[in-house]
Design a protein around this ligand. Structure first.
Ligand code: G4P
Length: 534
């Protein structure tokens, strides 16, 4: 216990993971609306359409003031300080999405009741699992004719490999959707369709044995519900908090974000379930408690500033322990330099404001003139270093074509800096050395960003030739690049830290080659830590 314990216990720092169109924007909006952080339905949505209406980078620049503040959204709920981290989905899926999860203490996995588990759900789930992040599932769009709830649960269990425990259970679905039964509080929450879906839905509560309730939902729905609940009770899907906290079980809630149904009771349960900031491990394996007196944390994302004349940028910093105070001094672990944290921001849903004080779990934006890198640790007191944020293997590749060969030096500088900032990954051919670099990205939009930023910030005009590769693995062990280059559909490159990486034209090809090397001292690696060998 320390003087900070009470503050820290109130914090919930979480992200929503989902496949595009599952309803993340809609759910986010409802959470912010209930938390009083926005006052109008439609404000998050409007921003999303503005962002997606174009992939033109200059338009995105103008939007940037907004997207900076949407990266973290702070709101309050029932005495808790909620920090919702935005993990962009859709076209702007990028490495940022992965990195953001490093700063989250828990995640809401949003699933479309009609579509079930989708590809991006799987990707993001795997990252959460790798990090042991507890996941609460919300099955959305119950107002539509969807899949059978039991079938959805078994899909989650089979595809994602995580046991589920339904906290609520739907009564009917689609046009027959009448509500959910709250298994934990033994009450039925009845759904009332609200016009427009912008207001809170009145909840009618009642116990299962209440005859009035039975007559209200109808005998058939009542019988179905009883059968469903008996089945669940018999299936031994009891909630196990420890398993949940270690990312080994997910409680499941059903609802409909669009019609506001189930969102409020979900939020009430979520603050009880989602952990406050917990101990974090340093790279050396030491434990840092969130309420330690000494301040520490790490940078998980860097966003370039809007003004191309300045290379100022904002580093998103997750506090892991102690108290942040504006103007404080901290040590940058990587260089041992002392930094004064004087310009710092806190993010509300629609604005950003100066922050004077913050605690473990909070995200502050630090103005940075280029000193900070992704994964950097800042601390006061005893030196600590948090584990770096991995770079994930890209899935899209292009070769850079430099229009003006005299600009080679500027191109190198630009790519070095953009890669440091985490905007893109840069690779070089083994033979061609530093000529015609190859860029790799997790999402294609990253290339547009890089092209525009090279033009605007470094005055370098480039175009890209798409390369026919879809996967990449870093290589650990003794692999002769010439040997693997002879296989069709592969390309061997070096990253800017001189690690060997192989690109593959298809997953099938990659799997085949990995199988061929099964008995050899070679490992194919999907994510690496910056500054370290593979
Ligand atoms: P995303 O951020 O995950 O991509 O999803 P978003 O919230 O934008 O929702 C995708 C679509 O699904 C939207 O419809 C939205 O209205 C709808 N939706 C979200 N939650 C629910 C729900 O609980 N029930 C139903 N029936 N639909 C839901 P759209 O037609 O693409 O957009 P719009 O015209 O409604 O803006």
């Amino acid at each position: 216990m320390s003087q900070y314990t009470e503050e820290i216990q109130k914090r919930r720092t979480f992200a929503i993971i989902s496949h595009p169109d599952a309803g993340k924007t809609t759910l986010t909006e409802k959470l912010l609306l209930y938390g009083g952080a926005v006052h109008e339905a439609g404000s998050v949505k409007a921003r999303k359409s503005a962002r997606h209406a174009t992939s033109d980078w200059m338009a995105m620049e103008q939007e940037r003031g907004i997207s900076i503040s949407t990266s973290v959204m702070h709101f309050e709920w029932a005495g808790c300080e909620m920090n919702l981290l935005d993990t962009p989905g859709h076209n702007d899926f990028s490495e940022d999405t992965y990195r953001t999860l490093a700063a989250a203490d828990s995640a809401i996995m949003l699933i479309d009741a009609v579509k079930g588990v989708e590809p991006q759900t799987i990707k993001l789930f795997k990252v959460c699992r790798m990090r042991g992040i507890p996941i609460v599932t919300f099955i959305n769009k119950m107002d539509r004719e969807g899949r059978d709830p039991l079938e959805l649960l078994s899909e989650i269990e089979d595809v994602l490999g995580i046991p589920t425990s339904p906290a609520t259970w739907p009564v009917g679905q689609g046009k027959n959707f009448v509500g959910v039964y709250d298994r934990w509080n033994k009450r039925l929450l009845k759904f009332e369709r609200a016009a427009g879906g912008s207001n809170r839905v009145p909840i009618v509560e009642g116990s299962l044995d209440d005859p009035a309730l039975k007559s209200e939902i109808g005998q058939r729905a009542y019988d179905d519900l009883k059968d469903g609940l008996e089945l669940l009770d018999g299936a031994g899907s009891d909630f196990d908090r420890d398993a949940f906290l270690s990312g080994q079980m997910s409680p499941v809630f059903f609802g409909s974000a669009l019609t506001n149904f189930g969102v409020e009771p979900f939020l009430d349960s979520f603050i009880g379930l989602a952990p406050a900031p917990r101990n974090r491990l340093t790279e050396a394996g030491d434990v840092v408690a969130p309420d330690d007196e000494a301040f520490s944390g790490f940078v998980f994302k860097i966003q370039a500033n809007m003004d191309p004349r300045h290379r100022d940028r904002i580093a998103f910093f997750r506090i892991c322990s102690g108290r942040f105070e504006r103007g404080m001094q901290a040590t940058l672990q990587r260089t041992n330099a002392k930094m004064t944290l004087s310009k710092s921001l806190m993010f509300m849903a629609q604005e950003r404001s100066n922050v004077d004080e913050a605690f473990a779990g909070d995200i502050v934006g630090l103005w940075d003139s280029g000193q900070l890198h992704i994964g950097d640790t800042l601390y006061t007191g005893k030196a600590v270093r948090y584990e770096g944020i991995p770079r994930f293997s890209p899935e899209h590749f292009v070769r850079v074509v430099l229009r003006d060969p005299l600009k080679r030096k500027q191109l190198k500088k630009g790519l070095d800096e953009l890669s440091e900032e985490g905007a893109v990954q840069v690779f070089y051919d083994l033979e061609r050395m530093e000529r015609d670099p190859i860029l790799g990205a997790v999402g294609r939009l990253q290339f547009d960003v890089v092209q525009n930023r090279l033009q605007n910030e470094y005055n370098v005009n480039v175009s890209f030739d798409a390369l026919p590769y879809q996967h990449a693995r870093w290589i650990d062990g003794s692999l002769d690049p010439a040997e693997i280059s002879r296989r069709s559909g592969t390309l061997c490159l070096r990253d800017i830290e001189d690690r060997l990486i192989v690109l593959f034209s298809s997953e099938w090809m990659m799997q085949r080659i990995i199988d061929d090397y099964r008995d050899k001292p070679v490992t194919f690696i999907a994510a690496v830590q910056p500054g370290r060998k593979v």
